[in-house]
Write a protein that binds this ligand. Structure first.
Ligand SMILES: [Zn+2]
Length: 158
């Protein structure tokens, strides 16, 4: 399944040991169980939700050891984007792929990549300083089947 000469680590622990030095780990951020807020930045030390006052941590069992870490009701797993993007530019090969949209001349009249589309060109005209930098990264969010406007006979698709 893997290319010749490549080996899959023996365990999840071994995989984590390989990835950890890259510094692109997962961050866990406590959240209100009712999804009101995150216990993050200025609210990092709060013990209950400042909106619904739900406690942040599950109650400890009686007689439990105090040394055990408090367990939050809910956590958000956050993958920081910036270090991941920076890693893409540490490899010359990958960096070339990241700049391709700007440096490849393309073919006139052919629609092969989002850069050939009118939306991309409009964005470039609207933000010329950003567009001039070949290392720029454009992020998009898409979802299939998400519909916040389901109104019976007039469903909208997003
Ligand atoms: Zn809350």
């Amino acid at each position: 399944m893997l290319p010749k000469g490549h080996k899959l680590p023996d365990s999840f622990y071994a995989s984590k040991k390989v990835v950890a030095p890259l510094g692109i780990g997962l961050q866990k951020i406590d959240a209100c169980e009712n999804d009101c807020m995150l216990f993050w930045k200025d609210d990092e030390d709060l013990q209950e939700c400042k909106i619904c006052h739900h406690p942040r941590f599950k109650p400890r069992k009686r007689g439990g050891k105090k040394r055990h870490k408090s367990i939050p009701f809910k956590q958000l797993s956050y993958l920081p984007l910036t270090p991941r993007l920076q890693r893409l530019y540490t490899s010359q090969t990958t960096a070339e792929h990241m700049r391709w949209h700007k440096e490849d001349p393309g073919e006139e009249g052919k629609l092969c990549h989002p850069r050939d589309g009118e939306a991309w060109k409009h964005f470039d005209r609207s933000h010329p300083i950003f567009a001039a930098e070949s290392r720029n990264v454009r992020l998009a969010l898409s979802a299939d089947g998400f519909n916040p406007h389901n109104q019976g006979s007039r469903p909208y698709s997003c």
